[in-house]
Write a protein that binds this ligand. Structure first.
Ligand code: ADP
Ligand code: MG
Length: 702
């Protein structure tokens, strides 16, 4: 149960004064926390952090206030000049002065009663806003703040600026946040004394207050002391909870999976190639994990085309030998079918019984698969999110392989775990994730890497080409098709949008169709599953030779004899995506090329991305560059996937804190695995505050 001291923060935001259902819905939009399906709580508001400040400390006096500057003025009010009756286009003016000069304050569509009350004639009033000079006359249109001089200490001289959304004003949001802060109880310190001193950290509540009521711009700076303290708390919460989940998950298991090799040996013999050294090495690591009574939590990293699927298959075969079932989960249906297509022929040769389960399987077929999984007649199932559904139950799931992990969230990882008796887990990712991110998202997961590509691969020649030279390119593509080559042609959007005039896949298909005739195919995300399959099949078998596609083919599709990748509007794609797409070619033994078609003029970042693509094929280098260019949140796709973290912590700034948090989490749990001490109690508060209740629940469950 949640410690009751935190109850005030766990009320819905709509129970705060001034937050009705409408404002509540707007606030929910800006709450950075991944809410999942729960409503926003007061506590979530604490972590809606300002990204910058408006500095209102400049008090130059009227005469010296520069055009366009944000200034704060102390004025004496001289007179009000309301607009003539019935003429709303003339503004309401209030005239005032200070020692240096006179100013007219301007209000459109004003509420006279309000202005008269806020600025009584003869009174001293403090206003803050943007200075404007109109024909040599100083003015301020709609000051941001107006207060009687006697009450002016409440004016935010360093005003935090929050992320907003249409319809939500800064004032309303600030007020709600202020209330949430007011509900924050005095909390015991969870940080270590020595560490607090070394880092000059303020207590949690103080740091949070400082960020929301900054006295200086440094207070909201990511590298400032207040922010660092909060970032550390978040990272610590993340690392402690990952360590807890992991410890728990490991304890759950106790089932060594040892195969006798009868299926694996046959499979190896059936492969048309031998494994690369790093495939062998990864497999040995995985087999050791499977044989160990502790549960496996392993990340298999390997660049596009490095051959992860076969490693997964051999691991699954071992699990089946040991008497269990295995599941392979992919993020898209196309990819699931692709895996099935790769695996099925091999499986058939060695007598593995295999099935597919996606949203598309319906009716009798689906019922049969579900029955086969429940009875144990199916050894291996390949599928998508559909595998998480309640209706799916396994006879004995012992190994879950998750492909392209960064698209799945933590909840989903736990959901598949619940389908078995603590199944071993192998996560495969093609986006090489820098170590800091692995730590943040996965904690101390074991990592295997596929460092080389299968032998015989040719390097991919990458060129950039402005869209104006499209005709020239099309000519060369016609030659290539005549020469028997296969071409992917990627377009960014499915439909033409009014604002962004990007060539959509359908339009491009229509414009090239007369030239390529029935050698051209089309596949995009809005097509029905069977249509997609058919388009992919025709391309794979060479009936079509140029495939116009949206990014549905981004992940994992394998057509080894495709040799040309054209990416239209390459400037619109992120580096990771470009790298993934390019990885679709260069899989066979023929030389391949990648053409990045771009629209001039290129922005700085886009220019940099394209040149990185030209310079290197090394996925790890590209991932590091991507991290620099984009920041870590996007790289991991946390927004969609609900991976914890990244509310406060900015890994590129706080990598040192991440390392420290990891060491700390280890130390804490090695001393007190159940968090039973006083400090443990305090740490539970931290976990709840940062929304890691999953960890606490596991802990409580014993
Ligand atoms: P990834 O999933 O890592 O992007 P895949 O598993 O799709 O890569 O493998 C890419 C291609 O390489 C497939 O066509 C596969 O059959 C082939 N392949 C895998 N391992 C080897 C190997 N050791 N030698 C030759 N080809 C291999
Ligand atoms: Mg793959």
């Amino acid at each position: 149960m949640r410690p009751s001291i935190l109850d005030p923060l766990f009320v819905p935001i709509t129970s705060l004064a001034g937050v009705g259902p409408k404002v509540g819905a707007l606030i929910e939009k800006v709450v950075a926390a991944d809410l999942g399906d729960r409503a926003a709580r007061a506590g979530d508001l604490l972590f809606v952090l300002p990204h910058t400040v408006i500095d209102r400390r400049n008090r130059p006096g009227i005469a010296l206030a520069a055009e366009g500057a944000i200034v704060t003025l102390e004025l004496r009010i001289d007179r009000h000049q309301p607009p003539p009756r019935g003429n709303r286009s003339v503004p309401y003016r209030v005239y005032a002065h200070d020692d240096t000069g006179e100013i007219g304050l301007t209000f459109f569509h004003a509420h006279a009663a309000y202005l008269e009350k806020a600025m009584p004639v003869g009174e001293h009033v403090v206003v803050s806003g943007r200075m404007e000079w109109f024909n040599g006359r100083p003015t301020m249109v709609h000051p941001d703040h107006i207060a009687l001089a006697s009450e002016a200490e409440n004016l935010p001289l360093v005003e935090p600026v929050y992320p907003l959304t249409a319809g939500l004003s800064g004032k309303v949001l600030r007020r709600a946040i202020g209330q949430a802060l007011g509900r924050l109880p005095e909390l015991p310190e969870w940080q270590d004394d020595a560490f607090m001193r070394r880092e000059s950290f303020a207590p949690f509540g103080d740091a949070l207050t400082r960020v929301h009521y900054p006295a200086d711009p440094i207070d909201v700076a990511v590298e400032g002391a207040a922010w660092r303290r909060l970032a550390y708390d978040e990272l610590l919460a993340g690392q402690v909870s990952l360590a807890l989940v992991r410890a728990k998950v490991r304890r759950l298991s106790g089932r060594p999976l040892v195969g006798d090799g009868r299926i694996v040996e046959k499979l190896r013999a059936a492969l048309p190639y031998s494994l690369t050294p790093s495939q062998e090495f990864a497999l040995a690591e995985i087999n050791a994990d499977l044989a160990d009574p502790e549960r496996m939590l392993r990340l298999l990293q390997g660049d596009v085309g490095s051959g992860k699927t076969v490693v997964a298959l051999l691991a699954m075969a071992r699990a089946v030998e040991a008497g269990g079932q295995a599941a392979l989960m992919a993020p898209t249906e196309i990819l699931a079918r692709q895996h099935l297509a790769t695996i099925a022929p091999l499986a058939a040769k060695v007598g593995l019984r295999i099935a597919i389960l996606t949203g598309r399987e319906k009716g009798r077929e689906r019922a049969e698969t579900l029955a086969g999984l429940a009875s144990g007649e199916i050894d291996i199932v390949v599928g998508t999110h559909a595998l998480f559904q309640e209706t799916v139950s396994f006879h004995d799931l012992v190994l879950a392989v998750i492909d392209e992990q960064h698209r799945f969230g933590v909840h989903q990882r736990l959901a598949i775990t619940a389908k078995g008796d603590a199944p071993d887990m192998l996560v495969m990712t093609a986006t090489p994730i820098p170590r800091t991110l692995v730590l943040t998202a996965f904690g101390d997961m074991d990592v295997s890497k596929l460092t080389e590509k299968p032998a015989g691969r040719q390097p991919i020649r990458t060129v950039t080409l402005p869209l104006e030279r499209l005709d020239e390119l099309v000519g060369r593509m016609l030659d290539a098709v005549a020469d028997g080559q296969k071409i992917y042609w990627i377009c960014p959007l499915v439909e033409e949008s009014e604002e962004i005039k990007l060539m959509s896949a359908e339009d491009r298909f229509a414009s090239l169709k007369p030239l390529f005739g029935d050698r051209i195919g089309l596949v995009h995300g809005r097509m029905k599953g069977v249509e997609k399959d058919e388009a992919m099949r025709a391309f794979k078998q060479g009936e079509t030779r140029i495939l116009i596609a949206t990014t549905v083919i981004e992940v994992g599709v394998d057509v080894p004899d495709a040799t040309i990748m054209v990416i239209e509007h390459a400037e619109r794609f992120g580096l990771a995506q470009l790298h993934q797409l390019r990885g679709r070619v260069g899989r066979g033994d023929k030389p391949s090329s990648c053409v990045l078609l771009y629209k001039d003029p290129l922005g700085e970042t886009a220019k940099r991305r394209l040149s990185v693509m030209r310079e290197t094929e090394d996925g790890f280098l590209i991932a590091e560059e991507d991290l620099k260019l984009r920041g870590e949140g996007e790289l991991l796709g946390t927004r969609q996937s609900g991976t914890p973290g990244f509310q406060v912590a900015r890994i590129e700034v706080h990598a040192d804190l991440l390392e420290a948090a990891r060491d700390d989490a280890r130390l804490i749990l090695s001393r007190d695995p159940e968090l039973q001490s006083d400090r443990g109690e305090a740490l539970r508060l931290l976990l709840y505050l940062f929304g890691r209740d999953e960890a606490v629940r596991l802990l409580r469950a014993g």
